[in-house]
Design a protein around this ligand. Structure first.
Ligand code: SF4
Ligand code: SF4
Length: 282
């Protein structure tokens, strides 16, 4: 298992699994880290009480909660009342000692200064239709100027999207939905290994000579434009901007990003530590 790998649990909604089933599932799988990608509406205090009663001490579990911006934007795209529910459950997770991040789509009407008011970090992916090259350049400039470059999720090297055509992430879904919402048609059962599925997908010839090819690998094969990652320009601009800022080569910068990603993973507490934290803060 490569260093820095984690198992992401994703589904129509992971929280639809009963807390006992989710705990049993994680207990059964040997993986150093687990990330639960959730819409955040079902992980209530009652749910977590049962989950924590059954989950093994040694498991390291973090949460990534879907949220697209402040109340007016999240509710516009996800339904009325969603923001308040998600925030309430997210704060409950934080209080219990879990690592948590918000994750959403970067919509045009979002003012990024909103993230400063969130009690946890937030990252975005680009919308499915992508952004024009000019807009990506503008966005990179804005993110670099405000020190918010890590809001772009794809700067983290250990994401599935960086495996390009070798995407073979094991993704576990709840029963009835695709394990990856970008590939609804290749779902077979509740555990899907899509190894080799994308091996012949088109990549752009520019990618071969690209300096960050080993990092980007032309991006998620299910969401490309002309064989390139949706955020091709944004990613290149951000990495170049960071390497200029820290006066290091691009290759050194990529190594640094890897170290950062590993550090982030090792910050995820074990369930034993979470239990200890809980007993100290009663
Ligand atoms: S299809 Fe794309 S988003 Fe889905 S698992 Fe593969 S790389 Fe990740
Ligand atoms: S950054 Fe762009 S050109 Fe480079 S590998 Fe990724 S998609 Fe290809």
């Amino acid at each position: 298992m490569p260093k820095g790998s984690y198992l992401e649990l994703i589904g129509g909604e992971v929280g639809l699994l009963s807390p006992l089933k989710l705990a049993n599932l994680i207990n059964l799988v040997e993986y150093p880290f687990f990330i639960i990608q959730t819409n955040g509406t079902l992980f209530s205090s009652d749910y977590l009480d049962v989950f924590e009663a059954f989950i093994s001490h040694d498991k390291r579990i973090a949460f990534s909660v879907s949220i697209d911006g402040p109340e007016v934007i999240t509710d516009k795209y996800r339904g009325k009342g969603v923001y308040k529910r998600v925030l309430k459950n997210s704060l409950e997770l934080l209080n219990r000692g879990y690592c948590i991040q918000g994750y959403g789509v970067l919509y045009e009407d979002l003012d990024l200064s909103w993230v400063d008011s969130l009690p946890f970090k937030w990252r975005f992916q680009l919308p499915k239709d992508g952004l024009s090259i000019e807009r990506q350049k503008e966005l990179a400039k804005q993110l670099l100027a405000t020190g918010k470059e890590f809001l772009y999720n794809e700067l983290m090297p250990n994401l599935c999207v960086h495996s390009g055509n070798k995407c073979s992430s094991v993704l576990i879904a709840d029963e009835g939905f695709s394990p990856c919402d970008r590939t609804p048609d290749i779902w077979v059962d509740s555990v899907r290994l899509c190894e080799n599925y994308f091996k012949d997908y088109l990549t752009n010839s520019d990618c071969v000579s690209c300096e960050i090819h080993s990092f980007c690998n032309s991006g998620c094969p299910a969401w490309r434009q002309n064989g390139k990652a949706l955020g091709c320009t944004l990613l290149k601009e951000l990495i170049t901007g960071l390497s200029n800022r820290y006066k290091v080569s691009i290759q050194k910068m990529l190594k640094y990003l890897w170290r950062l990603a590993l550090r982030e993973l090792y910050h995820i507490p074990t369930m034993g530590e979470i239990r200890k934290w809980k007993s100290c803060h009663k």
